[in-house]
Design a protein around this ligand. Structure first.
Ligand code: ATP
Ligand code: MG
Length: 332
């Protein structure tokens, strides 16, 4: 079976972008291979986090993974910091990565510019986190990484790092492939449809979160930035706002953008937005119900304990091979 690995940062309630771009695929993939899903809390602290909030975001994300359909009988679900091998691997892989490669990452450029703009310190870890992410993936002999296309560059770097390590030391890693979702590769901000929708966006109106109430969803979609043409048609270049809403409806209903456009033929933006909002509300209702059952349950802790145990066993074996390849310690 193919090994599948993916992670999400606990930096806030997940957005429709995270869901459509990555997480919606997770339950389908767990039937096609050996799936491992991670809550990457060590990545979250590359931007300053409030400790209390981080804790609660971690638990919330765990419940959300299960609520969208991750089955702990089929998949491993765990928290990154509960598997120390990730930090160990991240360090070793930093030692086969150049500063130039890290400075080229657009995520680093975007996030460091944003931090600088708000007078926040740009932390060293914001630069060096791609090797940690490479470790996340490589520790599990991963074949396939289902992520949104904003992560493409990081996956390419992961492949480079793995190949370099294999060549410089000893063949240790499998070279992973990226799996992009067909529908809605990149969902855009509702307020600035030239930017991607981001969990950590400070503007609440820019994102739809999986725990938003029907009222909030309606309001946010109603105030989504569109254009003055007044015709519902798909044109990413000239109508990024309208096209983004079409992408959202198409992805959630597993239909084509043409089907969505046809549905709103002859309708104005008012009807269009109300229709898209209804699709989102209906899609999220059962997810939210399951989430509410889980969030304070002991079941959730049991799942995470078991996940950490299984992940530790796999990851520690890889660390041993990495240390042996590099000549660290005294060997086993
Ligand atoms: P942050 O702003 O904290 O980086 P994020 O919204 O980018 O949050 P991540 O935890 O970094 O979320 O990414 C989780 C998954 O969601 C990744 O697979 C990523 O590629 C995907 N993803 C993130 N934003 C989008 C988007 N706008 N459209 C499609 N996929 C996305
Ligand atoms: Mg991100």
């Amino acid at each position: 079976a193919k090994r599948i690995f993916s992670g999400v940062q606990p930096t806030g309630v997940i957005t429709l972008g995270n869901y459509i771009g990555a997480i919606k695929q997770f339950p389908e993939l767990q039937d096609q291979g050996d799936a491992i899903y991670c809550i990457v809390d060590q990545h979250a602290i590359t931007i300053q986090q409030d400790p209390k909030e981080l804790r609660s975001n971690i638990r919330s994300l765990a419940a959300m993974y299960i609520a969208v359909g991750i089955d702990p009988e089929k998949s491993i679900l765990f928290i990154q910091s509960e598997v120390p091998a990730h930090a160990q691997a991240g360090w070793m892989l930093q030692c086969v990565t150049s500063i130039g490669e890290l400075e080229r990452m657009t995520q680093f450029k975007d996030k460091s510019a944003k931090a600088a703009g708000t007078n926040e310190t740009v932390l060293a870890a914001l630069l060096t986190y791609p090797p940690l992410m490479a470790g996340d993936i490589l520790l599990y002999n991963t074949d396939i990484v289902p992520v949104g296309d904003d992560q493409k560059q990081h996956i390419e770097l992961t492949r480079d790092i793995a190949e370099r390590f294999n060549k410089r030391y000893k063949k240790t890693f499998k070279i992973p492939d990226i799996a992009l979702s067909k529908a809605g590769r990149r969902i855009k901000s509702l307020q600035d449809p030239t930017k991607k929708m981001s969990k950590s966006d400070a503007n609440a109106k820019a994102t739809i979160r999986l725990l938003d109430t029907p009222k909030q969803i309606e309001k946010k979609i109603k105030s989504a930035v569109t254009d003055s043409e007044g015709i519902v048609r798909y044109d990413k270049e000239n109508k990024p706002g309208v096209s983004n809403l079409i992408d959202i409806e198409a992805a959630l209903t597993n239909s084509s953008t043409e089907d969505v456009v046809a549905k709103y033929d002859g309708k104005g933006y008012g009807d269009f937005k109300a229709g898209v909002a209804q699709v989102v509300i209906d899609h999220l209702a059962p997810i939210q119900a399951r989430y509410n059952e889980l969030i304070d349950s002991e079941e959730l802790d049991r799942i995470l304990d078991e996940g950490a145990e299984k992940a530790n066993a796999i990851a520690n074996a890889t660390i041993q091979r990495m240390e042996d390849a590099m000549g660290l310690g005294r060997g086993s």
